[in-house]
Design a protein around this ligand. Structure first.
Ligand SMILES: Cc1cc2nc3c(=O)[nH]c(=O)nc-3n(C[C@H](O)[C@H](O)[C@H](O)COP(=O)(O)OP(=O)(O)OC[C@H]3O[C@@H](n4cnc5c(N)ncnc54)[C@H](O)[C@@H]3O)c2cc1C
Length: 383
């Protein structure tokens, strides 16, 4: 099968070969951040492909970015540590002022600044973003922020964070989506001066955290776009995020299929390769069919995005299908490996844990089904 961007894919594969399973296993045990991997990707320019050339990036489309993330994941590596460096800057690029873009984008492109923290989710609001409570009160030339966020990944490994806050209480707005704003937070300046970061240990190594804001002062000039219009700015970035995450799932799915088919050919039990048994062979073939179908819709969504066409439904469908296909492939691969699938050194159990996340974050499957049920099929909304 021909794949887009063969040269980029080849370079990514060669880079990833320097970071074998043993590298990820050691980090996983310690829940440590893959600093060396991220630095190498940054140095090679793979994290700045979406930044326009005038700001020092390579100005490529989402097609290049999906190829990069898919190959990272197919190689057994994990882009979750840094994928947000690729797309979080989109909020700044699309809605920031000329001065903000000139100040930050070249440094983000070079990797001097890491903008890979995205603060939306809160413990009490969950998926219902309009109910966030973190509030930024304007006081002269600054905002004073109070509240709490949860599941904010890479906060300890970011210089900047795109933060969604309320600037008008929900009760005082015409629409629940009004009254939210986006602030760019300088993390190094904030920690200890109103921002506390508390890591959350999870079933996968994802550097995720809880954030507590206690009178954190953010300069008013760090407001992105207009006050009270932040929800729209955040939504704008979500299609790209969903398509990119879907491409990671496609990479995971292909990793599991590669590993399972190789193992099924080589592992001999009862005097023959286990892959000769259709009960082993067919689930691998089924995973291949499902991942290939999901990849086609990911490519469709990416094509629409790059053409500037509406792609919300396709981005959602791509994320759902790809995350389900990768999960089916993960379960199949574990089963194909029998007991060895549980051994750390095979990397199957680690990838199994990693790929499960994508049916929950950045958006859970039910919410995607709700989008299709109401926006596409016109049925009544449950919320
Ligand atoms: C490892 C990890 C990293 C993350 N990183 C980030 C990050 O960097 N930044 C960030 O802002 N967030 C992040 N998140 C948060 C993530 O986006 C949310 O967990 C996700 O959107 C689901 O929200 P929730 O956990 O509050 O679930 P809830 O909203 O509490 O939902 C719980 C379950 O109920 C279902 N549900 C809720 N309402 C309905 C309904 N009306 N109909 C049917 N089903 C419904 C949901 O689908 C879900 O399955 C991360 C999460 C994890 C686990």
């Amino acid at each position: 099968m021909t794949q887009s961007h063969p040269e980029i894919r080849d370079s990514v594969r060669r880079l990833c070969a320097q970071f074998p399973g043993t590298y990820w296993q050691a980090l996983d045990r310690e829940r440590a951040y893959p600093t060396e991997f991220v630095q190498t990707l940054t140095k090679e320019g793979f994290l700045s492909v979406l930044i326009p050339e005038e700001y020092g990036g390579s100005g490529l489309g989402l097609g290049a970015a999906t190829a990069i993330l898919e190959e990272i994941h197919r190689s057994g590596c994990n882009g979750g540590a840094c994928h947000a460096q690729m797309y979080t800057m989109g909020t700044l690029l699309r809605h920031g002022s000329a001065a903000q873009k000139a100040q930050y984008l070249p440094k983000i492109a070079s990797g001097e600044l890491r903008l890979q923290a995205f603060g939306v989710t809160e413990p009490t609001s969950g998926t219902d973003t309009t109910r966030i409570r973190t509030f930024a009160k304007r006081e002269g030339d600054k905002y004073v922020v109070n509240g709490q966020k949860v599941w904010i990944s890479r906060a300890e490994h970011s210089d900047l964070m795109v933060l969604l806050v309320r600037t008008t209480p929900r009760e005082e707005t015409k629409k629940p989506t009004d009254g939210m704003s986006v602030l760019l937070v300088d993390m190094k300046a904030a920690v200890g001066k109103g921002l506390t970061i508390r890591p959350i240990r999870t079933m996968l190594n994802h550097a995720t955290t809880e954030l507590f804001f206690d009178n954190l002062e953010v300069p008013a000039e760090n407001l992105i776009g207009e006050e009270n219009k932040g929800f729209k700015y955040i939504i704008d970035g979500m299609n790209a995020e969903r398509i990119l995450i879907a491409s990671e799932c496609i990479g995971d799915g292909r990793f599991f299929i590669d590993r399972a088919s190789a193992y099924a050919k080589e592992r001999s039990v009862f005097g023959r390769p286990i892959g000769e048994n259709q009960a082993i062979q067919f689930p691998i073939a089924r995973a291949y069919v499902q991942v290939s179908a999901a990849a086609a819709i990911v490519e469709k969504a990416q094509g629409l995005f790059d053409a500037g066409e509406p792609c919300g439904t396709e981005a959602n469908m791509a994320k759902m299908l790809a995350s389900e296909a990768s999960w089916f492939a993960a379960d199949m691969c574990l089963q194909t490996h029998g007991g060895f699938g549980f051994a750390e050194e095979y990397d199957i159990e680690r990838k199994f844990r990693e790929t499960r996340l994508y049916q929950v974050a950045p958006i859970s499957t039910n919410l995607i089904l709700s989008h299709v049920g109401t926006h596409v099929l016109g049925m009544p909304k449950s919320f």
